[in-house]
Design a protein around this ligand. Structure first.
Ligand code: IPE
Ligand code: MG
Length: 229
């Protein structure tokens, strides 16, 4: 989700107004994703690097996060959504951690869409953490492969990442799901996050459907596989 600040600045509003409006986009997109039957949706809400923003902005973002958890609780519970998080949750203030942990626990057994919030998250940090855990467990080098390494990443219980959307015209990953995006389809749009709603998600999914995912194979091999099935 990118472009909240620019959305506000273009209107002569404080940046936080962009974040507030952006949280409405989150609600709309989460609802649409569930109704469309997506299995999982991960929202990059706050990066490890975002802590270095002005303290007022960080405080306002934490308050918005707390509001989101409070306001969405009923809808998450009623619709069987499983809420989970990735990132260094222990760095979040207690007033966010408590309601967040409660909703994660209360929704843990749900079997509907998984909504994953990336909070104080960084892809490199996650990879380093996975490597550390393997070392700490004394995993032998020959025992470590892609599967055993993936199982140590915080996304271990999420389905493979199919589509990664970045808004606001920037064309970079900015430390998001670095390992997981190896074969993800990337979709870039100029739309600023506060303007990104259900219809924009639909357009991204349409673009995704038009892509040919080869995973290193040739087009001809893929049609052989489809014919075999
Ligand atoms: C993304 O919008 C929201 C968060 C990082 C939480 P930005 O705040 O990065 O918006 P721009 O890039 O300044 O427009
Ligand atoms: Mg930005």
């Amino acid at each position: 989700m990118d472009g909240n600040g620019r959305w506000a600045e273009a209107r002569g509003l404080p940046r936080i107004e962009g974040h507030r409006r952006g949280s409405e986009s989150v609600r709309d997109v989460v609802r649409a994703a569930r109704e469309l039957g997506l299995q999982a949706l991960t929202i990059y809400a706050f990066s490890s690097q975002n802590w270095a923003r002005p303290v007022d902005e960080v405080t306002a973002l934490m308050q918005l996060l707390c509001d989101f958890v409070r306001d969405e609780r009923d809808e998450i519970m009623q619709n069987g959504i499983r809420l989970r998080t990735i990132g260094q949750i222990e760095r979040l203030p207690a007033f966010v951690q408590a309601p967040l942990a409660a909703l994660v626990a209360d929704s843990a057994a749900h079997t509907g869409m998984t909504l994953c919030l990336a909070l104080s998250y960084g892809g490199r940090e996650a990879i380093v953490e996975a490597a550390r855990s393997a070392l700490a467990d004394g995993v032998a080098p020959a025992q470590l492969d892609e599967a055993t390494f993936s199982a140590r990443l915080p996304t271990r219980d999420l389905p493979p990442l199919d589509l990664l959307i970045r808004t606001s015209g920037e064309q970079r990953l900015s430390n998001f799901l670095l390992w997981e995006s190896a074969y993800a389809e990337l979709y870039f749009t100029d739309t600023l996050w506060p303007d990104f709603r259900r219809a924009h998600l639909g357009a991204a999914l349409d673009a995704y459907r038009g892509r040919e995912r080869r995973f290193g194979l040739t087009s001809a091999q893929l049609s052989d596989i489809t014919e075999d099935n």
